[in-house]
Design a protein around this ligand. Structure first.
Ligand SMILES: [Cu+2]
Length: 165
């Protein structure tokens, strides 16, 4: 006398997805991929489309959010290369440009809409922390958002941030 309860129980336990469940699982997978793709594009879109910075240069973006990064470190007396770029359209910018103004450091530069430019700048031998601002968009000098900092380190110092010198 034989019975086979084991195989019957195994069959009952085996996962069996109905067609409806398979469609729901597939839809879930597609949704997850779509969310990841959109999130990735939002997070990294700028990196994919922006111009590549030259090796050793300081990459600076101007946008409606101000300068990115908002603080840079440079060495007193050194000559640094700033790779400055923006994706903003001219209609958002006074005179069609972003500006980079640091009166104490002798900086007064302009950047046309949707462009990039390289500035070779000899940092004055004046260690300290200086204000830099854009005066041609989003409220300009009066808007805290449009201000950044340039930290001029003594020539002998070890630089803390992204820097050159
Ligand atoms: Cu600006």
């Amino acid at each position: 006398m034989t019975n086979k309860p084991t195989s019957r129980r195994a069959a009952a336990r085996a996962p069996k997805h109905s067609a409806g469940e398979r469609v729901r699982l597939a839809a879930f997978g597609v949704t997850v991929l779509a969310v990841l793709a959109v999130g990735g594009w939002l997070a990294f879109g700028d990196f994919l489309t922006r111009p590549a910075a030259a090796v050793g240069a300081i990459d600076i973006q101007s946008s409606m959010a101000g300068f990115t990064p908002s603080t840079i470190h440079v060495k007193a007396g050194s000559t640094v290369t700033l790779d400055w770029w923006t994706q903003d359209a001219a209609m958002h910018l006074q005179g069609g440009v972003h500006t980079m103004i640091a009166p104490d450091l002798g900086l007064y530069e302009t950047l046309p809409a949707e462009s990039s430019r390289t500035i070779n700048w000899t940092v004055p031998d004046k260690p300290g922390m200086y204000d830099v601002y854009c005066d041609s968009c989003c409220g300009g000098k009066d808007s805290p958002t449009m201000h950044g900092k340039i930290v001029v380190e003594p020539a002998s110092a070890t630089l803390a941030g992204p820097a050159l010198g």
